[in-house]
Design a binder for this molecule. Structure first.
Ligand code: XLS
Ligand code: NI
Ligand code: NI
Length: 434
């Protein structure tokens, strides 16, 4: 045991009446929702980077956190892992996620970085023998180090492409070794700062080839998890190629990778792209792309990717409603890609941030499930399209020509009558459940 979380109890479900801060009021892992345990619906994961690697800096000031494991040695990396697994136990979360750079010190060269990664992931494997928390996904950090300042796969310098390919290979290997259920690619610097020095056609070809190799490699080593792309429109680049779900779908089609790659959708990224979270989730589900969630929220005034913990049941219920309609998570889950505010210095803050967020998600899931089970909303949705069930209308979608349809409009005197979309009624219905 480390001393970091000294005095902090394991967080358990205690129900609404409890007065304890360190308790779940709504998240009862074993409660059955639509016939499935809540833990198996939500599949919570802690993000290693925000919780253990982030130092509390912002563009105007550096480190505010004072963690005993900050530093660049393997000993400190192991200490960080000890604390991380202690937090996973305190929260009883089934999963965690990491980037290579979060968990191991950068070496003097690629070989040393690789050795560090292998050593620390062996240490994780050992810890996973005595802790229940599993790996939801691993990923490579291809955006922090200065070598990646002009991109990774989309870099004008082929040596960076090669370095990124080697790095991704090492991270897929590490994820596979640890039994990870997905592998994520977020293209933080796969984009541009200015079109004046950028060749869009080349960069797209490079990114397509890169992803094809990732998919080939996954099959070669027998990694059965999903490859997930995480869309984001900008930040850190001025423009990022994986802008949103629709853009990623077009990219996958172009390179023949639909069916091979799904998406990891982040709440704050959806908002930055000018969408709602539920829009991105519903669209991904409709395209057969839905994979996993990065759960967080942005400050709606600042316009930045502030990665705060979620705090709104009405908003998250919309998200989980789409997750449930999509059939729920398979390999995916709810990863808290969220960080403390830089004034939240105490170890307890780290725990309480997750406790609150977990309860928000649990309440949202319950509200969404109740509405889905009630069936009124889905009945209204189906009723709206009921005309399409008639055989003569089905024919318009397969078989009939424009000429046939025109003849039918004339012969039957078809004269469409507008009907209400009933939006406010449906909003009222929605609000009875949240
Ligand atoms: C940053 C991204 C990042 C990914 C993983 O905005 O959300 O944290 O989830 O590289
Ligand atoms: Ni993000
Ligand atoms: Ni993310």
């Amino acid at each position: 045991m480390t001393a970091f979380f000294k005095g902090i109890p394991k967080v358990k479900f205690e129900g609404r009446e409890t007065s304890s801060d360190f308790a779940f009021r709504h998240y009862d892992p074993d409660e059955l929702i639509m016939g499935k345990r809540m833990e198996d619906h939500l599949r919570f994961a802690v993000a290693y980077w925000h919780s253990f690697a982030w130092e509390g800096g912002d563009p105007f000031g550096g480190r505010t956190f004072d963690r005993p494991w900050f530093g660049d040695t393997m000993d400190l990396a192991r200490q960080k892992a000890d604390v991380a697994f202690e937090m996973f136990d305190i929260l009883n979360v089934p999963f965690f996620c990491f980037h290579d750079a979060d968990i191991r010190p950068e070496g003097a060269n690629f070989a040393e970085s690789l050795r560090n990664l292998e050593e620390i992931t062996d240490y994780f494997a050992l810890k996973m023998e005595t802790h229940r928390t599993r790996l939801l996904w691993g990923t490579a950090n291809l955006f922090t180090h200065r070598r990646f300042m002009s991109g990774a796969a989309t870099n004008p310098d082929p040596d960076v492409f090669a370095y990124a390919a080697a790095t991704v290979k090492s991270c897929i290997d590490a994820t596979h070794k640890l039994g990870g259920q997905n592998y994520v690619l977020w293209g933080g610097r796969e984009g541009y700062e200015t079109l004046l020095n950028t060749d869009l056609a080349r960069e797209a070809e490079q990114a397509g080839r890169f992803l094809q190799m990732v998919v080939e490699y996954k099959h070669k080593i027998g990694f059965t998890g999903n490859i997930l792309i995480e869309p984001k429109p900008q930040e850190p680049s001025k423009h990022q190629y994986d802008y949103d779900v629709a853009t990623v779908y077009g990219f996958l089609k172009r390179f023949g990778l639909e069916g091979e790659v799904k998406v990891n959708i982040e709440q704050g990224h959806a908002i930055l792209a000018g969408h709602s979270f539920e829009h991105e989730l519903a669209l991904a589900a409709s395209l057969g792309l839905f994979g996993s969630i990065d759960m967080n929220r942005n400050d709606y005034q600042s316009g930045w990717d502030t990665d705060q913990f979620p705090d709104s049941v009405p908003e998250m219920a919309r998200a989980y409603y789409e997750v449930l309609r999509a059939g729920g998570f398979t390999t995916g889950g709810t990863n808290f890609d969220a960080k403390l505010r830089r004034q939240s210095l105490d170890p307890a803050d780290l725990i309480l941030a997750h406790v609150g967020a977990i309860d928000i998600c649990a309440r949202s899931l319950k509200a969404a499930a109740a509405l889905l089970e009630d069936g009124s909303l889905e009945a209204a949705r189906s009723a709206r399209y009921a005309g399409w069930d008639l055989p003569e209308n089905q024919l318009m979608l397969s078989g009939a020509t424009l000429g046939d349809i025109a003849a039918r409009v004339l012969s039957e005197g078809i004269d469409p009558q507008p009907v209400s979309g009933r939006q406010e009624r449906l909003e009222n219905l929605w609000n009875r459940f949240v």
